[in-house]
Write a protein that binds this ligand. Sequence first.
Ligand SMILES: Cc1ncc(C[n+]2csc(CCOP(=O)(O)OP(=O)(O)O)c2C)c(N)n1
Ligand SMILES: [Mg+2]
Length: 363
Amino acid sequence: MSETPIGLSREEILADFRLALLSREIALLARKEVLSGKAKFGIFGDGKEVAQIAMARNFKAGDWRSGYYRDHTFMMAAGITTAEQFFYQVYGHTDEEANPGSAGRNFNNHFATKSINSDGSWNNLAEMKNSSADLSPTAGQMPRLIGLGYASKLYRENPELAAMKQFSKKGNEVAFGTIGDAATAEGHFFETMNAAAVLQIPVAMFVWDDGYGISVTKDKQIVKASISVALEGFRKEEDTNGILIYKVNGWDYPQMIEVFAEGVERCRREHVPVLFHVDEMVQPMGHSTSGSHERYKSRERLEWEAMYDPLLKMEQWILETGLTTEAELSAIKDEGISEARKARDTAWKNYTEPIQGGEGSTA
Ligand SMILES: Cc1ncc(C[n+]2csc(CCOP(=O)(O)OP(=O)(O)O)c2C)c(N)n1
Ligand SMILES: [Mg+2]
């Protein structure tokens, strides 16, 4: 029996908090790396940590992600990338082992897992957690979700595919998508959601709604300023096709744990697509290292973002539930800070040593 109100153990919840802190800390450090000239550009998932940890709790072996540049916490929670590898991306390290997503050929926070080994053989995709390669054009990740979700349907329904066990376990795999609020205004998003709704395929779509597409507010891009309201007509009813629609707040850990588990489970079992509109998200450092959100967000908005920071909200919730003490949380924070610094320092050393004439130098 679980010891907490949300079906997770105390240790699991504290591990989630620890990861959220580490993830934030590496993003804060990475911005400094860019602004001090050690890296060229940075775009991070700060403000999206808690939602992505709750999402990753439902991401199983065999599943696929097709997402965008805010997902580093998800990738860490899924065990696909590490804090050290996060920095190799920031530095643009061209070593394929150190930087397996793109070996420095994409900008940072672009991920991919390898489906094919160097000898040309297939990996066992049904036993690993998979990510298709991120694209820089916004919404470019969307159409691919149809192929990934449709594959599950074919593996479930076509007996001739049953023997290909390295790709699927009877079509039980879910294709997880992520996208920002502004990019949902694009045709790729609407066409994908429509096709998924018609085909009835297991696509779990997460919209990270932080209210902005760079400096443009969502009321200028999305009808009624809400993608879940806009898609009401897509909602599945009894005896119709369509999608399940859930709306949650990106700072509400217990709510997301419960809702994502329910929605993804139905998506996997029934092959019904699901939209999670994750609203009220924040960007503590703004859009990217190339701008300052203080220049276009009102003081009220910035104050609201500070109050609704998911790390702060999660900390408050943990203390309210009596799971731990302030002293223990403070120790977890200290650990996060030192682990982040260590990851940065190790990555910088390994990245620069060969260039500067150390071991394995090309100089
Ligand atoms: C097709 C295309 N148009 C424009 C851009 C430039 N661009 C990069 S991110 C972005 C805003 C995206 O906002 P949103 O979808 O809300 O995601 P967020 O960054 O807020 O998480 C824009 C316009 C791009 N990368 N691709
Ligand atoms: Mg946005």
